[in-house]
Ligand binder design. Structure first.
Ligand SMILES: Cc1cc2nc3c(=O)[nH]c(=O)nc-3n(C[C@H](O)[C@H](O)[C@H](O)COP(=O)(O)OP(=O)(O)OC[C@H]3O[C@@H](n4cnc5c(N)ncnc54)[C@H](O)[C@@H]3O)c2cc1C
Length: 383
């Protein structure tokens, strides 16, 4: 009744290839990556060989120049298998678009082909120890000195922070102007003065590296400015809807996957002489979960369609992210409950999915900030 209508036969062939890649090159290693707190470099290179990185990057810069549907397919196939370790989406769907949209030709040629091949990994550094939601108050500075920018400050919670080869750093180039003083600057991780801090130990996303990053008077060429000086905040706001849409896409798939695991589990698990699925409570919960999954699937597919048409607004993306990630958290909890004690065991997919889900209500803008954006659009900022 609610069959998806977004994808054609070519998309489905690509989906099969992505699914095979995940089954062969990701799933068998995921436990080891969780223990290491980071995925192997080999995985990135293989994903590049298979054409699964930066799928929307134009051919002129080494990508296939495909549309966002292909990016959604890669994301969905990783999520279906609970493969949250590889930070491909940050690299492909968040970092690469900044370069495509705003970087100089020189920067694009220097980095995008390598990103497509998995030879260079990208990260984005906005959050600081003292500043997350209130990004305009960031302290990291970039001062122009001759032909260089000199970057100093600290970032934290940065995805791909341990494995990245460069970071797009949000820094104040005019500390007296709030949002209007922010610029984006590409900092290569082999520059003098750049150091990585700890690989932070998280509740979920165990195989994905998340780090503190330190910049001590790091000199980069003036040409490393991504976009226009002082327009960094606007550029962030322009790109955040796609980041938020990817979180919504992830949430929709996760709800469907968790429903499948839970139907299977409750059918085979026996209690009081019958299957757990035979209890009316189980059927009712499964019915609620299915309904949530379908509602979000239909809404998010429509958001994808609008994004392809260039019509997805920041408010639409905020609604998609807020609603789907909060529904996902409720659904993961219900599914875990229906697994009983097994659901709390790390070896079970639902345990990992439950832990991973919590991040999505925080990263990329919290649920409260999403509400601010949506509410402000209706009634303004208030006093
Ligand atoms: C796993 C993970 C990966 C991440 N990856 C990255 C990354 O790659 N790059 C990056 O730059 N950042 C990254 N982040 C950081 C993330 O974007 C921030 O954590 C998020 O924006 C919230 O900022 P904060 O943690 O400083 O919380 P705070 O801003 O300190 O918020 C604390 C609480 O106050 C609430 N609050 C704040 N302002 C308001 C307000 N105006 N109205 C109502 N409530 C408010 C928040 O909603 C929250 O509940 C990541 C975070 C996580 C957990």
């Amino acid at each position: 009744m609610f069959a998806r209508t977004l994808f054609n036969a070519e998309h489905e062939m690509f989906r099969d290839a992505a699914a095979r890649f995940v089954a062969e090159h990701v799933v068998p290693h995921h436990d080891a990556w969780e223990k290491a707190g980071v995925v192997s470099r080999e995985m990135w290179l293989r994903a590049g060989e298979q054409g699964l990185l930066c799928v929307t990057v134009p051919e002129a810069y080494g990508g296939p120049g495909a549309d966002f549907l292909y990016a959604a397919i890669v994301l969905e196939e990783f999520v279906k298998k609970n493969a949250s370790g590889p930070g491909l989406s940050v690299h492909s769907d968040i970092v690469a678009p900044y370069l495509v949209a705003y970087a100089s030709e020189e920067l694009k040629q220097a980095w995008l082909p390598k990103m497509c091949r998995g030879e260079a990994i990208g990260a984005i550094g906005m959050t600081e120890p003292g500043v997350g939601s209130d990004l305009q108050s960031m302290r990291t500075r970039a001062v122009r000195d001759g032909d260089d920018w000199v970057v100093s400050g600290q970032k934290t919670f940065i995805s791909n922070g341990q494995c990245c080869d460069f970071v797009i750093v949000a820094a104040k180039t005019d500390p007296d102007a709030r949002g209007k003083g922010v610029s984006l600057i590409l900092v290569e991780t082999d520059r003098v003065g750049f150091t990585r801090g700890r690989n932070l130990e998280k509740v979920g996303y165990k195989a994905q590296d998340t780090s503190e990053l330190f910049f001590e008077d790091v000199r980069v060429p003036a040409a490393n400015l991504v976009g226009v000086e002082g327009r960094g905040f606007v550029q962030l706001m322009e790109q955040l809807p796609q980041e938020r849409l990817t979180q919504a896409v992830r949430a929709a798939v996760m709800m469907e996957a968790a429903l499948d695991w839970t139907v299977d589990y409750t059918r085979q698990r026996q209690a009081f002489g019958r299957s757990v699925s035979d209890f009316q409570n189980t059927r009712f919960k499964l019915a609620e979960i299915r309904t949530q999954a379908v509602l979000h699937r239909v809404f998010i597919d429509r958001c994808i369609e609008m994004h392809l048409e260039g019509k997805l607004t920041a408010v639409d993306a905020a609604m998609a992210k807020m609603a789907s990630t909060e529904a996902m958290n409720v659904v993961m909890d219900m599914c875990l409950q229906l697994h009983g004690g097994s659901g709390y065991m790390w070896e079970m997919p639902i345990a990992r999915a439950w832990a991973d889900a919590r991040m999505s209500r925080i990263a990329g803008g919290t649920g409260e900030i999403m509400r601010e954006l949506i509410g402000r659009d209706l009634v303004g900022r208030g006093a």
